[in-house]
Design a protein around this ligand. Structure first.
Ligand code: ZN
Length: 346
């Protein structure tokens, strides 16, 4: 094995807390390449062309390419990752993914460009590919493996736009549906009463929905939540058919009292207020409806992986996920579509 292959054994260790620590882990393109090689072939290199096992040739000038000793064909270490066909050094990608994974609540293109010493175009391309990595994984339905008594809260909210107060609906706003697992920490003997009764958020799904119709809201739930789960919603009639769609549906009758909704849907309201603060704070509220789903995806990614930074780092680079992300042209010409749950189920 190559000298840096043991980095894979650091997975169980805490994620590096500082950039110097991280750079010690990945000091060079060789170290990054060794990490990719170890992730691809945990038991050692196998040539994808002739299936020969055994040490390949490595070139000092092209660290991301391995050459088979038997058939002499070359294999790229970045195939199937967001780094495929890249012209940037592997260290740029690794350090970039570290910044994106650890900078809470996110990083702007300008900050990213300055920190890594890149041109604006390169920074834009890398950052967008890393962000695309935020949605490739775990698009399965939530709520499937909850403990007894745990449930899923579901609600919808309007994001952005201007409220002009004319008639009923808010103008220029985008409707977003959310589903979040609500789990409970088991109380230990002698514990003080816990905040929110020990309830905390599990996994989250957020999706733009076209309208507040029953069809739109229930389609979201069916794509986001495993049938059979206990789901709590407000008493809006759009959710009425969830019971016949296979869920254990518990509508909360608010009687127009927002306090009641707070009390019975506390976690989802917390998610909505965090989401809005994040859009306002990091992105100054200037998120166009066209790009909103990408920001929702980023929020969900950070939310669902907040306890697992190493997973998040690997997902961003597309290591072990076989996702190459959008092309540069796709981003610029708008042919790249931000993945949604619907596109995932295609
Ligand atoms: Zn070969």
């Amino acid at each position: 094995m190559s000298p840096h292959a043991d980095v894979l054994q650091w997975e169980h260790l805490p994620f590096p807390k500082t950039l110097p620590q991280f750079q010690k882990l990945f000091p060079s393109d060789e170290a990054c390449a060794a990490y990719l090689e170890g992730a691809k072939w945990p038991k050692g290199f196998v040539c994808p062309h002739c299936h020969e096992k055994g040490e390949p040739f490595r070139m000092a000038t092209r660290t991301a390419v391995l050459t088979c000793r038997k058939c002499r064909k070359q294999t790229s270490l970045t195939v199937g990752t967001v780094m495929a066909r890249t012209h940037s050094p592997l260290t740029t990608w690794f350090w970039g993914a570290y910044l994106v994974a650890t900078m809470t609540p996110g990083i702007s293109t300008v900050q990213f460009q300055r920190q890594l010493g890149l041109t604006r175009e390169t920074a834009f391309q890398i950052l967008h590919k890393l962000r695309a990595g935020m949605v490739r994984q775990n698009r399965d339905r939530i709520g499937g493996n909850l403990a007894r008594g745990d449930h899923v809260e579901i609600d919808e909210t309007y994001i952005g736009g201007v409220v002009r107060g004319q008639g009923s609906g808010p103008k220029g706003q985008t409707l977003v549906s959310a589903a979040v697992e609500v789990r409970t920490r088991p109380a230990k003997k002698g514990d003080k009463p816990m905040r929110r009764g020990g309830r905390y958020a599990g996994r989250l799904r957020l999706e733009i929905v076209p309208s507040r119709t029953e069809k739109a809201l229930c389609t979201f739930v069916e794509q986001a939540v495993e049938p059979g789960a206990i789901v709590i919603t407000d008493a809006y009639r759009g959710y009425n058919s969830l019971g016949t769609r296979g869920y254990q549906h518990l509508p909360v009758v608010e009687g127009g009292d927002p306090q009641v909704a707070e009390e019975f849907l506390p976690i989802i309201h917390l998610v909505f207020s965090n989401l809005k603060a994040w859009l306002q704070g990091t992105h100054h509220g200037r998120v166009s409806p066209k790009h909103l789903q990408a920001y929702l995806n980023e929020f969900v990614f950070r939310f669902n992986r907040r306890f697992y930074p190493f997973n998040s780092f690997r997902s961003l680079l597309g290591i072990g996920t076989n996702g190459e992300g959008p092309t540069y042209d796709g981003i610029y010409e708008g042919t790249w579509k931000h993945p949604t749950m619907a596109s995932h189920h295609d």
